[in-house]
Each structure stands twice: as structure tokens, then as C-alpha cells.
Design a protein around this ligand. Structure first.
Ligand code: GLN
Length: 247
């Protein structure tokens, strides 16, 4: 039987706007296709797992304080996460989790929270707390040659700079910085985004990109995912796209 192994990190601390729902969605879409999905949790002081044994590592978002709380522990996981990423494990990172895989995050109080430095970008929070990037977002991206519009909700003070390969072009909302043209970070085995929602609820193509990658990364002949009935998800997304872009 096909199987995907997931490590969900700091679910008890980084779960803003129901970010954990993303893992419920991945598990549901696997179940509908007869793909086994095992989700392990890791949090502060858990025993260090073998990060490279996972197909997917997932980290959600959180407030500056929660990012400070997990920071010391996350740094201890650096070598394991880096080795897994280099070995082809998929990293799916939301907002606070996205920021902490870069060089560093300087929060709204000016506190420098070290990142793991896996990627070249860095994030500095807007010191004026009234100037946060808050609201709905629509971005346009491409998955394996197909153009896809993704919708979500952002709420961040952090301004992320130095992103060489963004996830998408901003059609509505802010993105990586205030009034930015681009949002998120993308590599074959990395999706990092400011989009909560949870992100996957209205964006089945993102879920299936991740599931497809995880399933196929260890085999030579790619398995096509069985299509699911995504009418509800697509209708929900369309309502938002029309509300935001077609005024
Ligand atoms: N605390 C970070 C910021 O304000 C991340 C917020 C989040 O995860 N939504 O930028």
C-alpha cells in the first residue's frame, strides 16, 4: 500500500487560524485515495526523531511570542531538518514557520529570532504594529506547467526579503512584504507561504502537489493521483476570487 509519513512540528504552539487543518486535509485526501498517511507530532523537548525518515515536514504559523518560545528547540533540530530537506523530504511551511527557515526573523520588539538558514531570505517585522499585512490574498502560481490561483488569509508584521524563487505573483493582498508583487517561497520540495485559512482548504491543487511529490519521490514511475470531487473547494475559492478581483 502507498504510504506518506508526516512530521507535524510544534502543532501545540504554531497553529494560527487553524493551520493544523492543513494536515487534516492532507490526511483526508490520502484516505479518499487509499493512501496510508501517518502523522507524528514533534514539540519542545520531544525526543529528536529521524527527520529524514519523513516524506513531509510541516510547520504552521504563530505570534512573535510563540516563535520566541520554540526558537531554542528548533535550532537544536537544524541539522536533522537540513539533512531531511537535502535528502528530498518536502517542507511545507506557513507564516511563522516560513520565516524561521530563513536566515532570521527580527520581531516587532526588535528581538532577533535565529532562523535555520536553510534559505537565503530574512524577515524583519514592521515595528509599527498598526501596519501589519492583514487580509485576504490571491496569488497566481504554476504547478507542473498548470497555472493555479491560490486564495488565503495573511496576518503578519514580518517583511520577508531576499526571496529568489517565490511561490507566486500577488493578484490581491500584500505577500512577502507590504504591497509586494510576490508571495511565499517555492522549490521542488518546499512550499512556504504567508497564507493561513488553513491554506489547503480552498486550494486542492496545493494539497495534491504535495501528496504527489511525497508519493513519487522514491519511485521511478510516477503514480497519477485519482481525481477527487473538488466542487465545494473550487466553488469556495471562486467566491473569494470574484469578491476580491472582479469588483
Ligand atoms: N509573528 C509573525 C509575524 O507577525 C508570524 C505571524 C504568523 O504566523 N501569522 O510576522
Amino acid at each position: 500500500m502507498n504510504k506518506i509519513k508526516i512530521l507535524h512540528m510544534y502543532a501545540d504552539m504554531l497553529d494560527l487560524y487553524g493551520d493544523s487543518g492543513n494536515m487534516e486535509i492532507i490526511a483526508y485526501r490520502c484516505k479518499m485515495r487509499g493512501i496510508e498517511c501517518e502523522i507524528d507530532k514533534y514539540s519542545i523537548d520531544s525526543e529528536q526523531p529521524d527527520f529524514s525518515s519523513y516524506d513531509l515536514i510541516y510547520i504552521g504559523g504563530g505570534a512573535d511570542l510563540e516563535q520566541q518560545h520554540i526558537s531554542e528547540d528548533l535550532v537544536k533540530c537544524r541539522n536533522g531538518i537540513e539533512a531531511a530537506y537535502k535528502n528530498g523530504t518536502f517542507l511545507f511551511l506557513i507564516c511563522g514557520g516560513y520565516q524561521l527557515m530563513g536566515k532570521h526573523y527580527r520581531d516587532a520588539d526588535g528581538v532577533d529570532i535565529p532562523g535555520l538558514g536553510l534559505f537565503d531570505y530574512y524577515t524583519i517585522a514592521e515595528p509599527n504594529r498598526k501596519k501589519r499585512c492583514i487580509g485576504n490574498v490571491v496569488i497566481r502560481t504554476e504547478f507542473t506547467g498548470k497555472t493555479v490561483d491560490i486564495v488565503g488569509f495573511e496576518n503578519h508584521g514580518g517583511q520577508t526579503n531576499g526571496v529568489k524563487t517565490p511561490l507566486g505573483e500577488v493578484l490581491y493582498g500584500h505577500g512577502n512584504c507590504t504591497k509586494s508583487s510576490h508571495e511565499g517561497y517555492f522549490e521542488k520540495n518546499v512550499i512556504a507561504t504567508y497564507m493561513h485559512g488553513p491554506c489547503l482548504s480552498k486550494n486542492p491543487e496545493v494539497s495534491d502537489y504535495i501528496i504527489g511529490y511525497c508519493l513519487n519521490r522514491k519511485i521511478d514511475t510516477a503514480i497519477e493521483l485519482t481525481p477527487l470531487d473538488d466542487k465545494l473547494e473550487n466553488d469556495c475559492r471562486q467566491v473569494m476570487i470574484e469578491r476580491l478581483l472582479k469588483k
